[in-house]
Design a protein around this ligand. Structure first.
Ligand code: SAH
Length: 251
């Protein structure tokens, strides 16, 4: 059964969503609805805000620069936030855009940029990351936008680790082993629906000190992703897919 109406366009809104509500969208959103989607008065879209579920909304006035939506009815109740936490070393712009969108499509509920010794990105544009997360959420049918953490040094993040949350460390230096076996063992001791975290390194990988630090943590499961060294954005998709199958909401 489809989880939602795949044909309808979806739009993220900040505003509170209540029956009969009238909401004015932003100028960029009005431009998107009118000039990109070429929608007209009376046409309908789906809207969500991460708090009030998903609503069917009708375009009442759509001008060159503005647009008002009339909220008709709730189509889906609000769902709980996703339980998957994704720690990643920020990459250069295009690959980071791609990686953030794929992480959202693959069910990540918290994006946690971590600064490692070989991280190349000298600054992290969180607004750009949020815009990519919103676009992916609108496309993939989820009802909330992942939380985006401020960048933090890997060491600091590990030092303040939430008790009981397993961290899957994608280790390009790990002995080759079937990742399904490692994740099966982890799944056997992780209640369904629990929070699970994954960490992927930068283009240059983790250095030896970081690998030792990660491997030394009691909450870490080191994972080999096969015999080839993948780019970080490829590894993200491979790892999150495996985690979805073994521990996530693809089970
Ligand atoms: N060190 C390599 C690239 C690292 S790839 C180089 O310099 O070319 C970036 C990240 O992707 C790694 O830190 C790791 O988290 C993940 N990754 C890539 N290939 C992997 C593999 N075969 N097994 C586990 N993790 C992998």
């Amino acid at each position: 059964m489809a989880i939602h109406d795949f044909n309808a366009q979806r739009l993220w809104l900040e505003a509170t969503l209540t029956e009969g509500g009238e909401i004015a969208v932003t100028r960029d959103q009005a431009n998107y609805l009118r000039n990109v989607l070429r929608l007209n008065d009376g046409e309908e879209i789906l809207v969500f805000n991460g708090r009030d579920g998903e609503w069917r909304a009708r375009l009442t006035t759509i001008g060159k620069r503005d647009c008002t939506l009339h909220l008709a009815c709730q189509t889906r109740p609000q769902t709980a936030p996703q339980q998957l936490i994704y720690l990643f070393a920020p990459l250069k712009r295009a690959r980071l855009d791609y990686m953030v969108q794929k992480a959202v499509e693959l069910g990540v509920g918290r994006l946690a940029p971590v600064l490692t010794h070989r991280t190349v990105a000298d600054r992290v544009n969180l607004d750009r990351m949020r815009a990519n997360a919103i676009e992916a959420a609108e496309q993939c049918g989820i009802l909330s936008i992942p939380h985006i953490d401020e960048p933090q040094k890997l060491e600091a993040r590990l030092a303040d680790w939430p008790a009981g949350t397993p961290l899957i460390f994608c280790d390009e230096g790990a002995e080759r082993a079937n990742p399904v076996d490692a994740l099966s063992n982890l799944a056997a001791r992780t209640p369904a629906g629990s929070q699970v975290a994954v960490v992927i390194g930068p283009e240059g990988g983790f250095d030896e000190a970081e690998r030792a630090l990660l491997i030394g943590q009691p909450f870490v499961t080191a994972l080999s992703l096969g015999p080839r060294i993948m780019r970080a954005d490829t590894a993200a998709v491979a790892a999150l897919t495996l985690v979805n199958v073994m521990l996530g909401d693809w089970r």
